[in-house]
Design a protein. Structure first.
Length: 171
């Protein structure tokens, strides 16, 4: 429910001062291959499952999806064909995370510079930033230096929750 200030009233359910964080899901570079499409659906399911688990723990969570983040005009009407870039998603995520929100980003693996800029921005504000690399079952890709590497077929949100707990973001 949106209040008169334009804020989702259901969003502010956490009254604690819990630390926020950004978790950027990467990997599975784009092609039109059917297997890749199925993998991307599994990634989205993983991200949404993680969001629900974190909300069940009483945490505020926002999911930013590079494929579904429209830019809006002043009256909040989406501008057709205008999407937030991965660089913009990193800035938005840092602001949210700095204010106690766990922000989950799903963006293309080609956004290396944007992820590095987001990591630096988070470090400068002393805000947790985690990168989760998702790979196919028979991937021969070299690890990218991510905080966690998961095989898409067996990836679970529990592994990401464990990493967030190890970093002191969730209990």
């Amino acid at each position: 429910m949106i209040n008169e200030a334009g804020v989702d009233a259901g969003f502010h359910t956490c009254a604690c001062s819990c630390p926020g964080a950004t978790v950027w899901f990467t990997g599975l570079s784009g092609s039109a291959d059917l297997d890749l499409v199925l993998d991307l659906v599994l990634v989205l399911v993983l991200v949404l499952d993680l969001a629900e688990q974190l909300r069940a723990r009483g945490r505020r969570v926002v999911v930013l999806d590079a494929d579904d983040t429209d830019v809006a005009d002043e009256s909040r009407h989406p501008l057709p064909g205008k999407r937030l870039t991965p660089r913009h998603l990193g800035v938005v995520a840092e602001v949210l995370a700095r204010n106690g929100v766990i922000t989950l980003i799903r963006a293309p693996s080609s956004a290396t510079e944007s992820r590095e800029a987001a990591r630096r921005r988070h470090e400068a504000s002393d805000t947790a930033y985690l990168e989760v690399e998702l790979v196919g079952p028979e991937s021969h890709q070299q690890p990218t230096g991510s905080d966690l590497r998961l095989e898409i077929g067996s990836a679970s949100s529990a592994a990401v929750c464990t990493l967030l707990a190890e970093r002191g973001v969730v209990r």
